[in-house]
Design a binder for this molecule. Structure first.
Ligand code: FE2
Ligand code: FE2
Length: 273
């Protein structure tokens, strides 16, 4: 079993006293971005139990999920929540999160997992690619140094998660004799689902607490959602994302080059939706 890094960062490593509050507080899009990320990360334990059930008997995977992956994802949620509490102390996080969770729980069903363990591992690579890409873009979207520090730490964790899932994927691909076409199908489907209901669900529940008078205003919610998407899509670095996404296919070089352009087009559409 590989030796895992035991010196992971802690929330106290973040220096909240360095935040320039006047610059960041008025930015409502930034508030929604930080807050919705804190909700989704804090709900990570819903997925862990699904995954642990799915990989029953594989002690290496289960131990890593329990002892590293889940605590790190939950720490992302806690750190983002602490950031929100520091910058926007008037926002009552807990009840808003509870209301979000009630709806969010209904999305996390075991049936949503891929048809085999190897394919699920390739799907997890997509999810971690998506989150790494997202936090890298968030780090680039602001000049606020503490948020840059936080988003960068999270992005690095997501990349490390990707590497673990990728290693597990390779083991299962051998065991299951997975062909490229099946892997491609899973990668494409999960990529398409990346910007699924999660963010929209978070926005709705944040608005209920943040702006109750506009919580039912579909235009306001849509506008906020598209401002958030634009912030992310303006700050993407598609090269690194593509490399991570395509890696599980292990394509020979000429095929990889030929597919690069159509896949790039596909990716841009995913993040601009
Ligand atoms: Fe995370
Ligand atoms: Fe992750």
């Amino acid at each position: 079993m590989p030796a895992y890094d035991t010196t992971h960062w802690v929330i106290d490593d973040l220096d909240f006293s360095r935040i320039s509050l006047d610059a960041v507080r008025p930015d409502e899009t930034h508030f929604y971005l930080a807050c919705s990320a804190s909700f989704i990360e804090s709900g990570s334990d819903l997925y862990t139990s699904n995954l642990i059930d799915f990989f029953e008997g594989d002690d290496e995977v289960i131990t890593w999920l329990r002892e590293h992956w889940e605590p790190e994802e939950l720490q992302h949620g806690k750190a983002l929540r602490a950031y929100v509490a520091h910058v926007w102390p008037e926002f009552d996080w807990e009840p808003a999160y509870r209301s979000f969770l009630e709806e969010y729980t209904t999305y996390c069903k075991v049936e949503l997992l891929a048809p085999s363990r190897g394919l699920e591992m390739s799907a997890r690579c997509v999810v971690e690619t998506g989150t790494a890409t997202y936090y890298r873009a968030l780090a680039r979207s602001t000049s606020e140094p503490v948020f840059i520090d936080l988003a960068t730490r999270i992005a690095n964790d997501e990349i490390s998660h990707y590497k673990h899932f990728y290693r597990f994927f390779r083991r299962y691909r051998e065991e299951e004799g997975l062909g490229r076409l099946r892997v491609l199908g899973t990668l494409a489907r999960r990529t398409w689902e990346l910007k699924s209901e999660d963010a929209d669900c978070a926005i709705r529940h944040i608005a209920k607490t943040r702006a109750p008078e506009r919580a039912e205003d579909a235009r306001y919610l849509r506008e906020m959602g598209s401002r958030m998407s634009r912030t992310v899509s303006r700050n993407l670095s598609p090269g690194a994302t593509l490399k991570m996404l395509m890696r599980p296919l292990e394509l020979p070089e000429p095929l990889r080059v030929a597919l690069q352009f159509p896949i790039e087009q596909f990716m841009t559409r995913v993040f601009l939706r």
